[in-house]
Design a protein around this ligand. Structure first.
Ligand code: CA
Length: 246
């Protein structure tokens, strides 16, 4: 049984373009959110390359292998995307420094176990029994401050440096360090992948309150985007919702 899925990306209210990219393949169980960075429209090039490279490398692997066997392909696909972004930037100097966050969820052959590959500050959440849990850890300066006890999570969300990344695909020579997060999706669970255009303006408690509503997934995705836009829509907003098959 396939999961039910809703995916939506929105420019927001302040940006002239949309540098987020998404991929949602319910048939194969592959879902990606990427949030590009870089001037002169380079951000959307970086996020686009990443989604294309990783989508191509993992199509036919997600949904076909047991979860532990997904880890190496997930990591190598993200490393390949990193080098593809750098290769493109090397040929187009105005795109120097372009980069992207990347959060990719691959569901295993049993339809329940999954692995998430993660770099940057896009996020994956799991809503289970009314409780919303963040599965990913942001690779940001403010997250480092939280872990050092110098900043509270509540203040970090609205901190002026909230957008400063410590890791992204396309930044720096060599292979990027990638988090691989294991998990399972059970009947009744709801997974959310999103960019910081949602989690910057909308607090976790407000996200949870929306996801608790008894509405079709498409309506929930639209309400998340609306919530970010009602709070000013300062950035591009991308959400993917995945509900396990019963
Ligand atoms: Ca963003």
């Amino acid at each position: 049984m396939q999961p039910s899925v809703a995916a939506l990306t929105d420019r927001g209210r302040k940006r002239s373009g949309n540098e987020d990219a998404l991929l949602a393949l319910p048939d194969t169980g592959l879902f990606i959110v990427a949030d590009g960075l870089g001037g002169h429209a380079a951000g959307e090039v970086a996020s686009g390359i990443a989604v294309e490279v990783i989508g191509a490398k993992l199509a036919g692997i997600a949904g076909a292998l047991p979860a532990p066997a997904l880890e190496a392909p997930l990591r190598s696909a993200m490393i390949a995307a990193h080098h593809a972004i750098r290769a493109r930037a090397a040929h187009e100097p105005e795109k120097t420094g372009m980069a992207t966050t990347l959060t990719a969820l691959a569901i295993a052959d049993d339809g329940h176990a999954f692995r998430i590959g993660h770099v940057g500050d896009s996020r994956a959440y799991l809503l289970r029994d009314g409780r919303l849990r963040q599965l990913t850890t942001d690779h940001t300066w403010v997250q480092q401050q939280i872990e050092s006890g110098l900043l509270s999570p509540a203040r970090a969300r609205t901190h002026p440096n909230a957008g400063v990344l410590t890791r992204a695909l396309g930044i720096a020579d060599g292979d990027p360090k990638i988090d691989i997060i294991p998990g399972r999706i059970e009947p009744g669970d709801l997974l959310l992948l999103c960019s910081d255009g949602l989690t910057g303006p909308v607090a976790d408690a407000d996200i949870r309150a929306i996801l608790d509503r008894d509405l079709p997934l498409d309506a929930l995705a639209a309400q998340l985007v609306d919530a970010a836009n009602l709070r000013g829509g300062p950035d591009n907003i991308t959400v993917i919702l995945i509900r396990a098959a019963p």
